[in-house]
Write a new protein. Structure first.
Length: 363
């Protein structure tokens, strides 16, 4: 979708250290990105930098952009373009009307959303969802998916939901927010405490007894035997994250019912995360009578496993006769969902989501 659209949108990847500016047309970057320091502790300089970045990009184009659209961390009132108190952007404390400010400066519509939402939107329209549906069609399956839950594992635990190509923003801009869901091990804690960078570091430290301040990349290298350390503890740190994330994803899927795609820096450790995540999602729930039910009505497949993906793509539908008529209808005998990792990459998915979101809002 939008792969042949001639309109250009200016985008920004807003990080606490750097801003990366670019422009997208027809789902492709049209210029080389411009990288500038974010100056996140100085509002005046930060705003000047944002103006400089978009101005530079605009001058590099051979056409006129139709909008500015980008992801910015929350909390925020995205509908009105107001950014709230951000840990990584102390200059924005008290609330800054960034959207209206940029609209006045550039005379363009400005759309801001969080990275979890735009990641999910990019994957639903130009990544995971069309890829899976194409594979199902190629395999001869009648099944096609329309809904997607995207999660990002990094500094926080982000999420976004797309229902039939429509991004679920919610009445308060909180649609798809999974980070504040109940934690698997302690209902008084948010799930993000067990599904984020700090969770991986904490669990490794507790299990290994190593007080060194290691990054998730370093812990992953230990798990892969590419760095000295406690390999068992490193693997367990990622497996534990999988269980916590799986708990939250399962609760979400009872409402969303769609494909799950994972992104974010920690997603690179999917070989350790996905098995425990899928196992958690495949658990059971019981009634007071003692009756036991699957936690989810659908069977969950790890789509990064060749064996499980083959089973997922297999068409188990049968043709059922319509009573009294010489006609038949297709009947899916097994409900299925799958969990996979972004093939686009998180940054690209967010950029494509920002592009699609702007065009949808304009249309």
């Amino acid at each position: 979708m939008f792969s042949n659209d001639p309109r250009t949108v200016l985008t920004l990847d807003a990080g606490g250290t750097n801003f990366v500016f670019t422009a997208i047309r027809g789902n492709k970057e049209t210029i080389d990105p411009v990288v500038l320091p974010s100056h996140s502790d100085n509002l005046e300089v930060c705003l000047e930098t944002i103006i400089e970045g978009f101005s530079t990009i605009k001058k590099m184009l051979d056409d006129i952009p139709v909008a500015i659209s980008f992801a910015f961390p929350g909390p925020a009132d995205y509908e009105n373009g107001v950014i709230g108190n951000l840990p990584n952007f102390p200059a924005f404390r008290g609330g800054v009307a960034l959207g209206p400010y940029l609209k006045e400066k550039f005379g363009l519509p400005v759309f801001i959303n969080n990275d979890g939402n735009l990641f999910a939107y990019g994957e639903a329209l130009a990544g995971t969802l069309p890829e899976i549906n194409a594979e199902l069609k190629k395999a001869g399956s009648f099944r096609q998916y329309k809904n997607l839950l995207g999660i990002t594992l990094g500094t926080g635990f982000g999420g976004g939901v797309v229902i039939n190509n429509v991004l679920l923003t919610g009445d308060n801009g909180c649609g798809g927010d999974v980070w504040c869901s109940a934690n698997k091990y302690n209902n008084g804690l948010i799930s993000e405490e067990g599904a984020s960078i700090r969770a991986v570091k904490r669990v490794y430290r507790e299990l290994s007894g190593d007080d060194a301040e290691l990054t998730p990349k370093e812990i992953y290298d230990i798990a892969e035997s590419n760095r000295k350390g406690n390999r068992k503890a490193a693997i367990s740190a990622f497996e534990e994250l999988g269980r916590v994330a799986g708990f939250t994803v399962a609760e979400s899927l009872n409402v969303v019912d769609g494909i799950v795609v994972m992104g974010g820096g920690i997603a690179k450790a999917y070989k350790y995360i996905l098995p425990t995540m899928v196992n958690e999602m495949s658990g059971t729930r019981s009634m007071l009578s003692g009756n036991v039910f699957p936690r989810l009505q659908m069977k969950v497949y790890n789509l990064m496993s060749d064996t499980e993906k083959k089973a997922f793509l297999m068409d188990e539908s049968v043709w059922v006769s319509i009573p009294g008529l010489d006609k038949k209808v297709n009947y899916n005998t097994e409900k299925k969902t799958g969990v996979t990792v972004s093939s686009l990459g998180t940054s690209k998915a967010i950029a494509l989501g920002a592009y699609a979101y702007a065009l949808r809002m304009l249309d």
